[in-house]
Design a protein around this ligand. Sequence first.
Ligand code: S3P
Length: 450
Amino acid sequence: MSGHGDPIPMTARKSGPLRGTADVPGDKSISHRSLILGALCVGETHITGLLEGQDVLDTAHAMRAFGAEVTHHGPGEWTVNGVGVGGFAEPEQVIDCGNSGTGVRLIMGAMATSPITATFTGDASLRGRPMGRITDPIGLFGAQSYGRQGGRLPMTIVGAADPVSIRYTVPMPSAQVKSAVLLAGLNAPGQTVVIEKEATRDHTERMLAGFGAEVSVTETDEGRVITLTGQPELQPQTIVVPRDPSSAAFPVCAALIVEGSDVLVPGIGLNPTRAGLFTTLQEMGANLTFENMREAGGEPVADLRARFSPDMKGIEVPPDRAPSMIDEYPILSVVACFATGPTTMKGVKELRVKESDRIDAMARGLERCGATVDEDEDTLIVHGMGPNGLPGGATCASHLDHRIAMSFLCAGFAAQKPVSVDDAGPISTSFPIFEPLMETLGAQMVRSNA
Ligand code: S3P
């Protein structure tokens, strides 16, 4: 879906204790990959717990356009009857990935080594994001791309008729780029090697192995070296998608800053390549406990309990932790307002090319709420004001960015005066039940400006 309907202004007010159980939706990264990998094998993949946010629905739609049969059976339950590696059909229509960078980048990778042509577009946020990071490596496989200036969507990819396998060092820490190269490598003969200097989320590697591909990972002086043998016959799977730690971050962080709160978030994915926020919060002195650690669907999972934490201190978050919490800096910057002393987030320049420039969006909005924030290209510093400190009383711009909208609403649950966002609509891309779920816990929010 390109763009969305009329803006939905929303206001959050200081709330009583947040209490209860927060059943957050399925993991967005794993949901996209389940549909795409399901489409790349012959036979039926059965998925439960799929995130039914707009981003993932757009990927489901795209997989149908490439020839897979994607069927919705009930809440979170889907099947995909795929076409096999190299079996994608040429779509008849433009592929609209809506707001989703993950969707468009992974799908571009997956089709780049098939002899078909596809044109991609998205909403105003996605049309402004760089795609050169994908078109560079898929060009090495033999694909051609024709986009707007600066490698922007809309863009047409002409897949390689005779793809060659490649060895590629990913120039920035990006699981999307790594995954696009691996998905392209599936239909190239021989071995495709991807090297990442810093480890990023590893769902693609884990899931490729689960689907029967020959994939190995070795840690070397160069970094993490992932080797994939091309042209496998992937085997359909039964996938149980764990709950999304990046969505869990919102009720968890809200509980830490709202007086008297005690919230349990069951069954969240705790893959170490995703869990950096929780390490950071514990270093700040957050009252977090992990209960019932277990494994589900090849991923570590636990129940996470978060309680009001009035004694949190600002810390320096090391740059090498950024890939494991890249989507959590907006909500961390809100928590940092309620800690004592500065929280310094280094090595975060990738935030500037997300659904919005997240450093700028958070800095400007928090300033409007009365916080003091410093930034440079690669750093965000929030000066904490203690548990009652954030004045609030402002309307913040969400810039078509779900995580920015949810972060400011969480700030409003604890700030002295209400906090509004100009548009809560984008929340439906990743966390469509955010509003009722937070209200069930006791959060106060209304659909209007303060
Ligand atoms: C994702 C990777 C990250 C993350 C995004 C999901 C993925 O993006 O921000 O929300 O599923 O691979 P980058 O690869 O651009 O860091």
